[in-house]
Design a protein around this ligand. Structure first.
Ligand code: PMP
Length: 459
Protein backbone atom coordinates (compact mmCIF):
# COMPACT_ATOMS: atom_id res chain seq x y z
CA UNK A 1 0.00 0.00 0.00
CA UNK A 2 1.24 3.47 -0.92
CA UNK A 3 2.53 5.33 2.14
CA UNK A 4 3.30 8.96 2.90
CA UNK A 5 1.61 12.27 2.46
CA UNK A 6 1.47 12.50 -1.36
CA UNK A 7 -1.92 13.05 -2.94
CA UNK A 8 -1.69 9.48 -4.28
CA UNK A 9 -1.10 8.07 -0.79
CA UNK A 10 -3.95 10.14 0.61
CA UNK A 11 -6.19 8.84 -2.16
CA UNK A 12 -5.35 5.25 -1.32
CA UNK A 13 -5.94 5.91 2.37
CA UNK A 14 -9.46 7.32 1.93
CA UNK A 15 -11.06 6.92 -1.49
CA UNK A 16 -13.03 4.02 -3.00
CA UNK A 17 -12.75 4.34 -6.78
CA UNK A 18 -15.63 3.22 -8.99
CA UNK A 19 -14.81 0.65 -11.70
CA UNK A 20 -11.31 0.09 -10.37
CA UNK A 21 -9.48 -3.03 -9.24
CA UNK A 22 -9.57 -2.07 -5.57
CA UNK A 23 -6.80 -4.51 -4.63
CA UNK A 24 -4.20 -3.37 -7.19
CA UNK A 25 -5.16 0.28 -6.63
CA UNK A 26 -3.78 0.09 -3.08
CA UNK A 27 -0.27 -0.30 -4.51
CA UNK A 28 -0.67 1.64 -7.73
CA UNK A 29 -2.59 4.70 -6.62
CA UNK A 30 -4.47 7.10 -8.87
CA UNK A 31 -3.54 8.98 -12.02
CA UNK A 32 -4.35 12.49 -10.80
CA UNK A 33 -5.75 14.73 -13.52
CA UNK A 34 -5.40 18.39 -12.76
CA UNK A 35 -6.74 20.39 -15.67
CA UNK A 36 -8.07 20.19 -19.19
CA UNK A 37 -7.68 22.11 -22.43
CA UNK A 38 -9.71 21.23 -25.51
CA UNK A 39 -9.34 17.49 -26.16
CA UNK A 40 -6.37 17.22 -23.76
CA UNK A 41 -6.15 16.63 -20.03
CA UNK A 42 -3.04 17.16 -17.89
CA UNK A 43 -1.85 15.19 -14.89
CA UNK A 44 -0.30 16.62 -11.73
CA UNK A 45 3.18 16.40 -13.26
CA UNK A 46 2.04 18.51 -16.23
CA UNK A 47 1.98 15.62 -18.74
CA UNK A 48 -0.63 15.91 -21.48
CA UNK A 49 -2.97 13.13 -22.58
CA UNK A 50 -5.21 13.24 -25.60
CA UNK A 51 -8.56 12.19 -24.12
CA UNK A 52 -9.64 9.61 -26.72
CA UNK A 53 -12.73 8.72 -24.66
CA UNK A 54 -14.04 12.22 -23.86
CA UNK A 55 -13.74 11.09 -20.23
CA UNK A 56 -16.45 8.45 -20.05
CA UNK A 57 -17.94 8.98 -23.54
CA UNK A 58 -19.27 12.30 -22.37
CA UNK A 59 -17.23 15.54 -22.53
CA UNK A 60 -18.44 16.34 -26.03
CA UNK A 61 -17.25 19.96 -26.02
CA UNK A 62 -13.86 19.10 -24.55
CA UNK A 63 -12.43 20.07 -21.19
CA UNK A 64 -12.26 23.87 -21.21
CA UNK A 65 -15.46 25.39 -22.58
CA UNK A 66 -15.83 28.83 -20.94
CA UNK A 67 -19.44 29.31 -22.08
CA UNK A 68 -20.53 26.37 -19.91
CA UNK A 69 -18.61 27.72 -16.93
CA UNK A 70 -20.34 31.08 -17.41
CA UNK A 71 -23.76 29.43 -17.68
CA UNK A 72 -23.14 27.64 -14.37
CA UNK A 73 -21.95 30.80 -12.61
CA UNK A 74 -24.90 32.85 -13.88
CA UNK A 75 -27.37 30.26 -12.62
CA UNK A 76 -25.52 29.78 -9.33
CA UNK A 77 -25.90 33.49 -8.69
CA UNK A 78 -29.57 33.68 -9.69
CA UNK A 79 -30.89 30.50 -8.08
CA UNK A 80 -28.37 27.82 -7.07
CA UNK A 81 -31.02 25.30 -6.14
CA UNK A 82 -34.67 24.80 -6.25
CA UNK A 83 -36.57 21.58 -6.65
CA UNK A 84 -39.30 20.60 -9.07
CA UNK A 85 -41.47 18.49 -6.71
CA UNK A 86 -45.10 19.37 -5.94
CA UNK A 87 -45.48 21.37 -9.12
CA UNK A 88 -42.62 23.80 -8.48
CA UNK A 89 -40.65 25.02 -11.46
CA UNK A 90 -37.82 27.23 -12.62
CA UNK A 91 -36.84 28.63 -15.97
CA UNK A 92 -33.74 26.52 -16.78
CA UNK A 93 -35.54 23.19 -16.35
CA UNK A 94 -38.62 24.39 -18.25
CA UNK A 95 -36.58 25.72 -21.17
CA UNK A 96 -34.43 22.60 -21.24
CA UNK A 97 -37.48 20.31 -21.33
CA UNK A 98 -38.95 22.37 -24.15
CA UNK A 99 -35.69 22.31 -26.13
CA UNK A 100 -35.06 18.60 -25.66
CA UNK A 101 -38.58 17.75 -26.67
CA UNK A 102 -38.22 19.83 -29.84
CA UNK A 103 -34.97 18.05 -30.74
CA UNK A 104 -36.33 14.52 -30.44
CA UNK A 105 -36.39 12.35 -33.57
CA UNK A 106 -39.69 10.75 -32.51
CA UNK A 107 -43.05 12.29 -31.51
CA UNK A 108 -42.04 13.24 -27.99
CA UNK A 109 -44.54 14.39 -25.40
CA UNK A 110 -42.79 15.19 -22.11
CA UNK A 111 -39.41 15.17 -20.38
CA UNK A 112 -38.48 13.85 -16.93
CA UNK A 113 -35.09 14.78 -15.41
CA UNK A 114 -32.67 12.71 -13.36
CA UNK A 115 -28.95 12.95 -12.61
CA UNK A 116 -27.29 10.02 -14.36
CA UNK A 117 -27.80 7.47 -17.08
CA UNK A 118 -28.46 4.82 -14.45
CA UNK A 119 -31.19 6.88 -12.82
CA UNK A 120 -32.74 7.57 -16.21
CA UNK A 121 -32.88 3.85 -16.96
CA UNK A 122 -34.19 2.94 -13.51
CA UNK A 123 -36.89 5.51 -14.25
CA UNK A 124 -37.56 3.80 -17.59
CA UNK A 125 -38.18 0.47 -15.84
CA UNK A 126 -40.52 2.07 -13.32
CA UNK A 127 -42.38 4.01 -16.01
CA UNK A 128 -42.88 0.87 -18.08
CA UNK A 129 -44.40 -0.86 -15.04
CA UNK A 130 -46.45 2.21 -14.07
CA UNK A 131 -47.83 2.69 -17.57
CA UNK A 132 -48.76 -0.99 -17.91
CA UNK A 133 -50.63 -0.80 -14.60
CA UNK A 134 -52.38 2.32 -15.85
CA UNK A 135 -53.39 0.54 -19.01
CA UNK A 136 -54.99 -2.30 -17.07
CA UNK A 137 -52.29 -4.74 -18.17
CA UNK A 138 -50.62 -5.40 -14.80
CA UNK A 139 -49.15 -8.71 -15.96
CA UNK A 140 -46.89 -6.91 -18.45
CA UNK A 141 -43.86 -6.50 -16.20
CA UNK A 142 -40.89 -8.11 -17.98
CA UNK A 143 -38.29 -5.96 -19.67
CA UNK A 144 -36.12 -7.48 -22.38
CA UNK A 145 -32.53 -6.26 -22.62
CA UNK A 146 -29.58 -7.83 -24.42
CA UNK A 147 -26.39 -9.68 -23.57
CA UNK A 148 -23.49 -7.19 -23.40
CA UNK A 149 -25.88 -4.25 -22.97
CA UNK A 150 -24.82 -1.43 -20.67
CA UNK A 151 -27.59 0.58 -19.05
CA UNK A 152 -25.98 1.57 -15.74
CA UNK A 153 -25.36 0.24 -12.25
CA UNK A 154 -28.29 1.13 -9.99
CA UNK A 155 -30.31 -1.94 -9.07
CA UNK A 156 -32.74 -2.00 -12.01
CA UNK A 157 -30.29 -0.47 -14.51
CA UNK A 158 -27.55 -2.95 -13.52
CA UNK A 159 -30.08 -5.71 -14.05
CA UNK A 160 -30.72 -4.42 -17.58
CA UNK A 161 -26.97 -4.35 -18.14
CA UNK A 162 -25.94 -7.65 -19.70
CA UNK A 163 -22.35 -7.93 -18.49
CA UNK A 164 -21.34 -10.57 -15.91
CA UNK A 165 -19.14 -8.18 -13.93
CA UNK A 166 -22.16 -6.03 -13.07
CA UNK A 167 -24.20 -9.01 -11.84
CA UNK A 168 -21.67 -11.35 -10.24
CA UNK A 169 -21.67 -11.07 -6.44
CA UNK A 170 -24.22 -8.24 -6.51
CA UNK A 171 -27.09 -10.78 -6.56
CA UNK A 172 -28.40 -9.38 -9.85
CA UNK A 173 -30.33 -9.32 -12.11
CA UNK A 174 -33.60 -8.72 -10.30
CA UNK A 175 -36.74 -10.60 -11.36
CA UNK A 176 -38.54 -9.74 -14.59
CA UNK A 177 -35.43 -8.72 -16.54
CA UNK A 178 -34.58 -10.92 -19.54
CA UNK A 179 -31.60 -10.80 -21.88
CA UNK A 180 -31.78 -11.69 -25.55
CA UNK A 181 -28.95 -12.11 -28.08
CA UNK A 182 -26.13 -9.64 -28.57
CA UNK A 183 -26.15 -8.38 -32.18
CA UNK A 184 -22.38 -8.54 -32.73
CA UNK A 185 -21.96 -10.00 -36.21
CA UNK A 186 -18.19 -10.60 -36.01
CA UNK A 187 -18.52 -12.72 -32.85
CA UNK A 188 -21.95 -14.30 -33.04
CA UNK A 189 -22.87 -14.76 -36.71
CA UNK A 190 -22.61 -18.27 -38.10
CA UNK A 191 -20.01 -19.00 -40.77
CA UNK A 192 -21.04 -17.29 -43.99
CA UNK A 193 -24.12 -15.66 -42.43
CA UNK A 194 -24.76 -12.19 -43.88
CA UNK A 195 -25.58 -9.25 -41.62
CA UNK A 196 -29.16 -9.35 -42.87
CA UNK A 197 -29.54 -13.09 -42.21
CA UNK A 198 -27.98 -12.65 -38.76
CA UNK A 199 -30.43 -9.80 -38.00
CA UNK A 200 -33.36 -12.01 -39.10
CA UNK A 201 -32.17 -14.85 -36.88
CA UNK A 202 -31.90 -12.51 -33.88
CA UNK A 203 -35.36 -11.02 -34.51
CA UNK A 204 -36.75 -14.59 -34.73
CA UNK A 205 -35.00 -15.48 -31.51
CA UNK A 206 -36.48 -12.37 -29.83
CA UNK A 207 -39.94 -13.37 -31.04
CA UNK A 208 -39.41 -16.92 -29.74
CA UNK A 209 -38.47 -15.49 -26.31
CA UNK A 210 -41.60 -13.32 -26.31
CA UNK A 211 -43.81 -16.27 -27.20
CA UNK A 212 -42.12 -18.53 -24.66
CA UNK A 213 -42.61 -15.98 -21.86
CA UNK A 214 -46.07 -14.92 -23.07
CA UNK A 215 -46.47 -11.57 -24.85
CA UNK A 216 -48.97 -10.52 -22.18
CA UNK A 217 -46.09 -10.54 -19.64
CA UNK A 218 -43.65 -8.31 -21.57
CA UNK A 219 -43.68 -4.54 -21.00
CA UNK A 220 -40.68 -3.21 -22.89
CA UNK A 221 -37.48 -3.83 -24.84
CA UNK A 222 -34.46 -1.60 -24.16
CA UNK A 223 -31.51 -1.09 -26.46
CA UNK A 224 -28.51 1.14 -27.07
CA UNK A 225 -28.37 1.83 -30.82
CA UNK A 226 -24.61 1.17 -30.67
CA UNK A 227 -23.70 -0.93 -27.63
CA UNK A 228 -21.02 1.16 -25.93
CA UNK A 229 -19.51 -0.41 -22.84
CA UNK A 230 -20.21 -3.87 -24.31
CA UNK A 231 -17.53 -3.12 -26.92
CA UNK A 232 -18.77 -0.44 -29.35
CA UNK A 233 -20.93 -2.96 -31.18
CA UNK A 234 -22.68 -1.44 -34.19
CA UNK A 235 -25.90 -3.22 -35.17
CA UNK A 236 -25.97 -5.45 -38.24
CA UNK A 237 -27.85 -4.14 -41.28
CA UNK A 238 -31.68 -4.34 -40.93
CA UNK A 239 -31.46 -5.28 -37.21
CA UNK A 240 -33.59 -2.48 -35.74
CA UNK A 241 -36.11 -2.62 -38.58
CA UNK A 242 -36.70 -6.32 -37.85
CA UNK A 243 -36.69 -5.99 -34.07
CA UNK A 244 -39.19 -3.12 -34.19
CA UNK A 245 -41.52 -5.21 -36.33
CA UNK A 246 -41.55 -7.92 -33.67
CA UNK A 247 -42.09 -5.43 -30.82
CA UNK A 248 -45.01 -3.67 -32.46
CA UNK A 249 -46.63 -7.01 -33.30
CA UNK A 250 -46.88 -7.74 -29.55
CA UNK A 251 -47.52 -4.20 -28.24
CA UNK A 252 -44.13 -3.99 -26.49
CA UNK A 253 -42.65 -0.56 -25.69
CA UNK A 254 -39.28 0.32 -27.21
CA UNK A 255 -36.85 2.22 -24.96
CA UNK A 256 -33.90 3.81 -26.77
CA UNK A 257 -30.87 4.33 -24.53
CA UNK A 258 -28.94 7.16 -26.21
CA UNK A 259 -26.78 7.96 -23.19
CA UNK A 260 -23.67 7.52 -25.37
CA UNK A 261 -25.15 7.83 -28.86
CA UNK A 262 -27.17 11.02 -28.40
CA UNK A 263 -26.20 14.56 -29.49
CA UNK A 264 -24.17 13.94 -32.62
CA UNK A 265 -21.96 11.00 -31.70
CA UNK A 266 -23.04 8.87 -34.67
CA UNK A 267 -23.01 11.86 -37.09
CA UNK A 268 -26.75 12.40 -36.65
CA UNK A 269 -28.19 14.29 -33.70
CA UNK A 270 -29.55 10.96 -32.40
CA UNK A 271 -28.66 7.41 -33.39
CA UNK A 272 -32.40 6.75 -33.75
CA UNK A 273 -31.98 8.64 -37.04
CA UNK A 274 -28.85 6.69 -37.98
CA UNK A 275 -30.61 3.35 -37.57
CA UNK A 276 -34.26 4.18 -38.27
CA UNK A 277 -35.47 3.66 -34.71
CA UNK A 278 -38.83 5.04 -33.55
CA UNK A 279 -38.90 4.54 -29.79
CA UNK A 280 -41.61 5.16 -27.21
CA UNK A 281 -39.08 6.71 -24.88
CA UNK A 282 -35.45 7.75 -24.84
CA UNK A 283 -32.78 8.06 -22.15
CA UNK A 284 -30.15 10.77 -22.56
CA UNK A 285 -27.29 11.94 -20.29
CA UNK A 286 -23.54 12.53 -20.71
CA UNK A 287 -23.31 14.89 -23.75
CA UNK A 288 -26.61 16.47 -22.67
CA UNK A 289 -24.44 18.79 -20.55
CA UNK A 290 -21.11 17.90 -22.19
CA UNK A 291 -20.68 16.21 -18.77
CA UNK A 292 -20.00 19.57 -17.08
CA UNK A 293 -22.86 18.92 -14.67
CA UNK A 294 -24.58 15.63 -13.78
CA UNK A 295 -27.94 15.54 -15.54
CA UNK A 296 -29.98 13.00 -17.49
CA UNK A 297 -33.44 12.87 -18.98
CA UNK A 298 -36.16 10.45 -19.96
CA UNK A 299 -38.27 11.64 -22.88
CA UNK A 300 -41.59 9.84 -23.36
CA UNK A 301 -44.17 9.75 -26.14
CA UNK A 302 -47.83 10.71 -25.78
CA UNK A 303 -48.97 7.14 -25.21
CA UNK A 304 -46.68 6.75 -22.20
CA UNK A 305 -47.48 10.17 -20.80
CA UNK A 306 -51.22 9.54 -21.12
CA UNK A 307 -50.76 6.38 -19.06
CA UNK A 308 -48.85 8.29 -16.39
CA UNK A 309 -51.53 10.97 -16.13
CA UNK A 310 -54.25 8.35 -16.02
CA UNK A 311 -52.55 6.55 -13.13
CA UNK A 312 -52.09 9.86 -11.31
CA UNK A 313 -55.80 10.54 -11.70
CA UNK A 314 -56.54 7.22 -10.03
CA UNK A 315 -53.94 7.13 -7.26
CA UNK A 316 -52.81 10.73 -6.82
CA UNK A 317 -49.23 11.98 -6.82
CA UNK A 318 -46.76 10.46 -9.29
CA UNK A 319 -44.52 8.91 -6.66
CA UNK A 320 -41.16 9.19 -8.38
CA UNK A 321 -38.49 11.89 -8.57
CA UNK A 322 -35.09 12.94 -7.30
CA UNK A 323 -34.15 15.90 -5.09
CA UNK A 324 -32.07 17.11 -8.02
CA UNK A 325 -34.52 16.33 -10.87
CA UNK A 326 -34.03 19.28 -13.20
CA UNK A 327 -31.45 20.93 -10.90
CA UNK A 328 -31.30 24.56 -12.08
CA UNK A 329 -27.51 24.76 -12.46
CA UNK A 330 -27.31 21.44 -14.30
CA UNK A 331 -30.29 22.42 -16.47
CA UNK A 332 -28.76 25.83 -17.30
CA UNK A 333 -25.48 24.18 -18.32
CA UNK A 334 -27.31 21.55 -20.39
CA UNK A 335 -29.41 24.20 -22.10
CA UNK A 336 -26.27 26.19 -22.99
CA UNK A 337 -24.66 22.96 -24.25
CA UNK A 338 -27.56 22.30 -26.62
CA UNK A 339 -27.42 25.92 -27.80
CA UNK A 340 -23.68 25.63 -28.46
CA UNK A 341 -24.26 22.47 -30.53
CA UNK A 342 -26.48 24.58 -32.77
CA UNK A 343 -24.58 27.88 -32.74
CA UNK A 344 -21.31 26.14 -33.63
CA UNK A 345 -22.87 23.53 -35.90
CA UNK A 346 -21.17 20.73 -33.96
CA UNK A 347 -23.10 18.16 -35.98
CA UNK A 348 -21.72 19.67 -39.20
CA UNK A 349 -18.21 19.44 -37.72
CA UNK A 350 -18.75 15.79 -36.72
CA UNK A 351 -19.91 15.06 -40.26
CA UNK A 352 -16.84 16.83 -41.66
CA UNK A 353 -14.29 14.90 -39.61
CA UNK A 354 -16.05 11.52 -39.43
CA UNK A 355 -14.67 10.21 -42.76
CA UNK A 356 -11.12 10.94 -41.60
CA UNK A 357 -11.73 9.39 -38.17
CA UNK A 358 -13.21 6.25 -39.72
CA UNK A 359 -10.44 6.05 -42.34
CA UNK A 360 -7.70 6.24 -39.71
CA UNK A 361 -9.59 3.75 -37.47
CA UNK A 362 -10.06 1.30 -40.33
CA UNK A 363 -6.41 1.76 -41.27
CA UNK A 364 -5.64 -0.68 -38.43
CA UNK A 365 -7.72 -3.48 -39.98
CA UNK A 366 -4.73 -5.10 -41.70
CA UNK A 367 -2.61 -5.20 -38.57
CA UNK A 368 -1.78 -8.82 -37.62
CA UNK A 369 -3.22 -8.40 -34.09
CA UNK A 370 -6.46 -6.75 -35.20
CA UNK A 371 -9.51 -8.98 -35.60
CA UNK A 372 -12.19 -6.40 -36.24
CA UNK A 373 -12.45 -2.64 -36.60
CA UNK A 374 -15.93 -1.21 -36.13
CA UNK A 375 -17.55 2.14 -35.59
CA UNK A 376 -19.83 4.92 -36.75
CA UNK A 377 -19.47 8.69 -36.54
CA UNK A 378 -16.87 9.60 -33.92
CA UNK A 379 -17.20 6.27 -32.15
CA UNK A 380 -15.04 3.24 -32.82
CA UNK A 381 -13.29 0.14 -31.53
CA UNK A 382 -10.38 -2.05 -32.52
CA UNK A 383 -10.59 -5.66 -31.35
CA UNK A 384 -7.26 -7.37 -30.75
CA UNK A 385 -7.09 -11.13 -31.33
CA UNK A 386 -4.56 -13.92 -30.91
CA UNK A 387 -5.40 -15.39 -34.31
CA UNK A 388 -6.77 -13.17 -37.04
CA UNK A 389 -7.95 -16.03 -39.24
CA UNK A 390 -9.87 -18.05 -36.66
CA UNK A 391 -10.85 -14.89 -34.66
CA UNK A 392 -9.47 -16.59 -31.57
CA UNK A 393 -9.21 -14.18 -28.64
CA UNK A 394 -6.26 -13.95 -26.29
CA UNK A 395 -6.77 -15.76 -22.98
CA UNK A 396 -8.44 -13.19 -20.68
CA UNK A 397 -5.75 -13.59 -18.02
CA UNK A 398 -3.10 -12.34 -20.47
CA UNK A 399 -4.57 -8.87 -20.11
CA UNK A 400 -3.75 -7.80 -23.66
CA UNK A 401 -6.44 -5.08 -23.74
CA UNK A 402 -5.31 -3.73 -20.37
CA UNK A 403 -1.71 -3.70 -21.59
CA UNK A 404 -2.69 -1.84 -24.76
CA UNK A 405 -4.48 0.83 -22.71
CA UNK A 406 -1.41 1.17 -20.46
CA UNK A 407 0.96 1.49 -23.45
CA UNK A 408 -1.37 4.10 -24.97
CA UNK A 409 -1.16 6.04 -21.71
CA UNK A 410 2.65 5.88 -21.92
CA UNK A 411 2.34 7.53 -25.32
CA UNK A 412 -0.01 10.24 -24.08
CA UNK A 413 -3.37 8.79 -25.09
CA UNK A 414 -6.34 7.82 -22.94
CA UNK A 415 -8.47 5.05 -24.43
CA UNK A 416 -10.71 2.40 -22.92
CA UNK A 417 -10.15 -1.35 -22.95
CA UNK A 418 -13.25 -3.54 -23.11
CA UNK A 419 -11.76 -7.01 -22.81
CA UNK A 420 -9.37 -6.85 -25.78
CA UNK A 421 -11.33 -4.23 -27.72
CA UNK A 422 -9.93 -0.72 -27.54
CA UNK A 423 -12.62 1.96 -27.68
CA UNK A 424 -12.34 5.48 -29.12
CA UNK A 425 -14.90 8.19 -28.40
CA UNK A 426 -13.13 11.56 -28.47
CA UNK A 427 -14.74 14.93 -27.77
CA UNK A 428 -16.90 15.95 -30.73
CA UNK A 429 -14.79 19.09 -31.17
CA UNK A 430 -11.71 17.05 -32.15
CA UNK A 431 -9.94 18.40 -35.25
CA UNK A 432 -8.53 16.39 -38.13
CA UNK A 433 -4.96 17.04 -36.87
CA UNK A 434 -5.93 15.82 -33.39
CA UNK A 435 -7.52 12.71 -34.90
CA UNK A 436 -4.16 12.03 -36.57
CA UNK A 437 -2.32 12.58 -33.31
CA UNK A 438 -4.72 10.24 -31.49
CA UNK A 439 -4.25 7.39 -33.94
CA UNK A 440 -0.49 8.03 -34.29
CA UNK A 441 -0.18 7.65 -30.54
CA UNK A 442 -2.30 4.50 -30.68
CA UNK A 443 -0.12 3.09 -33.47
CA UNK A 444 2.92 3.41 -31.19
CA UNK A 445 1.06 1.59 -28.42
CA UNK A 446 0.04 -1.16 -30.81
CA UNK A 447 3.67 -1.60 -31.95
CA UNK A 448 4.68 -1.99 -28.31
CA UNK A 449 1.98 -4.62 -27.84
CA UNK A 450 3.06 -6.46 -30.94
CA UNK A 451 6.62 -6.67 -29.61
CA UNK A 452 5.33 -7.70 -26.17
CA UNK A 453 3.09 -10.40 -27.63
CA UNK A 454 5.93 -11.73 -29.80
CA UNK A 455 8.27 -11.86 -26.80
CA UNK A 456 5.78 -13.26 -24.34
CA UNK A 457 4.59 -15.91 -26.76
CA UNK A 458 1.01 -15.13 -25.80
CA UNK A 459 -0.55 -16.79 -28.77
N1 PMP B 1 -26.59 3.85 -20.51
C1 PMP B 1 -25.53 3.82 -21.32
C2 PMP B 1 -25.71 3.46 -22.76
C3 PMP B 1 -24.25 4.13 -20.84
O1 PMP B 1 -23.20 4.07 -21.65
C4 PMP B 1 -24.11 4.48 -19.48
C5 PMP B 1 -22.77 4.87 -18.88
N2 PMP B 1 -21.65 4.57 -19.59
C6 PMP B 1 -25.25 4.47 -18.67
C7 PMP B 1 -26.46 4.18 -19.23
C8 PMP B 1 -25.15 4.80 -17.21
O2 PMP B 1 -24.88 6.12 -17.02
P1 PMP B 1 -24.31 6.65 -15.61
O3 PMP B 1 -22.90 6.12 -15.47
O4 PMP B 1 -24.39 8.14 -15.77
O5 PMP B 1 -25.21 6.16 -14.56
Amino acid sequence: MLQGNSLAARDVASFIHPYTNLATHLDKGPLVIERGQGVFVYDDTGRDYLEGMAGLWCASLGFSEPELVEAAIRQMRALPFYHTFTGKGHEPSILLAEKLKAMMPFPASKVFFANSGSEANDTQVKLAWYVMNARGEPRRKKIISRNKAYHGVTVAAASLTGLPNNHRDFDLPIANILHTDCPHHYRFAEAGETEEAFASRLADSLEAMILREGPETIAAFIAEPVMGAGGVLTPPATYFEKVQKVLSKYGILLIDDEVICGFGRTANMFAAETYGITPNSMSVAKALSSAYMPISAVVVDQQMFDGMVEESRKIGTFGHGYTYSGHPVAAAVALRTLELYEERNILGHVRDVTPHFQKRLRGFADHPLVGEVRGVGLLGAIELVADKKSKRSFAPDKGVGTAAVARALDHGLIVRGIADSIAFCPPLIITQAEIDLMFDRFAMALSDIEAWVAKGNLR
